[in-house]
Ligand binder design. Structure first.
Ligand SMILES: [Zn+2]
Ligand SMILES: [Zn+2]
Length: 360
């Protein structure tokens, strides 16, 4: 796939407006490397997009669309994807879903496909309209070179260092290219969260088995377990923040909405109480009170490793429930703790996703 920030593989397609002897205009598309087209009804002569019109088969009449208008074709890149710009969060993505309603992969906003037309596509549609007018006025063939007018340069608003991520929805098979990993399917709105986090947890489980078998050095092992502990919780938090984009859209009083916005998946115990109170989501379903305490302990260990060089402080002593720790000693994580933690992360992740997906 083309990386974001580079030129996209638009190909060498062109559109010709051919004028016959009777002065009728026919359109001809030629070229390579584009995979599909979709059509937009465009007001004539202003070039303002009016509606996305589904393409029908040969001989099948088009569904009703606003008239008078021209039908402008928008070409995909060679992966069959088009750029889209969310009208709510103004963030760019690419997808092969371009008709009907579209969900933004980032903020979950659902709007008509037309409102996701990018600025580059809007410019192209105007060029399309002008070419048609020129052909009809001059009675000469007019050609638009797609490379010059389509969105061959993606309009990314995110920081450059973030990576492009491609996913295919497991429910409806729609594909999307987004920045970051967690996203909503542009067609059906389902989250890709389960696939993303389960792949990450599986990777951690495999890395743990390998390190446990192959690393003998005590200090090196300890460092591995500290990193794995940290990654377990950061993956979980990223999933939580992604789901939060939908939680904050549920009808709520202003004060409740503030609480939902402030919900932190880093404070696991508080989050579990809130999620159960607000939505009936049981984060700790099938997690014993001992294991809940253990999760809290591991979170606190992560906190002092990341913020206090692993040195036990007063806060850790009061919050972690760790009876053996002594003030100012360097805390260590053993492999048995990671072995215990990994399946628990799977349980709370599954509980969160099952609960979320059961909301109607
Ligand atoms: Zn959005
Ligand atoms: Zn889908």
């Amino acid at each position: 796939m083309a990386e974001f920030g580079e030129q996209l593989p638009i190909g060498k397609a062109k559109i010709e407006f051919l004028v016959n002897e009777q002065g009728m205009i026919a359109m001809k598309v030629s070229g390579t490397n584009f995979w599909g087209m979709y059509q937009i009804a465009v007001s004539y002569p202003s070039g303002e997009p009016l509606a996305v019109v589904p393409v029908t088969g040969m001989g099948v009449p088009l569904p009703p669309y606003p008239k008078p208008s021209l039908l402008a074709w928008i070409m995909s890149d060679q992966h069959g994807m088009w750029g889209r710009l969310c009208p709510r969060c103004q963030t760019y993505f690419r997808t092969n879903h371009v008709i009907d309603n579209t969900a933004c992969p980032y903020c979950g906003n659902v709007s008509n496909s037309l409102s996701f037309v990018t600025q580059a596509q809007a410019r192209y549609v105007v060029a399309f309209c002008n070419a048609y007018i020129e052909a009809s006025n001059t009675k000469n063939t007019v050609t638009i070179d797609l490379e010059t007018v389509t969105d061959s340069t993606p309009e990314w608003k995110y920081a450059e260092e973030r990576q492009q991520f491609h996913f295919k929805c497991v429910s409806c098979h729609t594909e999307a290219d987004i920045l970051g990993e967690y996203g909503w399917c542009p067609k059906c709105g389902k989250t890709n969260g389960r696939e993303v986090i389960m792949t990450k947890l599986k990777g951690l489980e495999e890395a743990f088995d390998k390190a446990d078998k192959n690393i003998a050095d005590r200090a090196e092992r300890g460092q591995q377990w500290e990193e794995m502990n940290s990654r377990c919780f950061s993956h979980f938090e990223a999933l939580g923040r992604h789901l939060q984009t939908i939680f904050v859209m549920f009808p709520a009083t202003p004060s409740r909405r503030k609480e939902v916005e402030a919900l932190s998946f880093q404070r696991l115990l508080n989050a579990s109480v809130s999620l159960e109170q607000w939505y009936g989501i049981e984060l700790f379903k099938n997690v014993s009170p001992d294991d809940q305490g253990f999760l809290n302990l591991m979170l606190n260990q992560r906190h002092i490793i990341e913020h206090n060089g692993g040195k036990v402080d007063e806060r850790y002593l009061s919050q972690s429930g760790d009876k053996k720790a002594r003030l100012n000693e360097r805390m260590r994580i053993g492999s048995n703790r990671i072995r215990h933690l990994l399946p628990l992360m799977r349980t709370i992740t599954t509980n969160l996703l099952d609960g979320f997906e059961s909301l109607k």
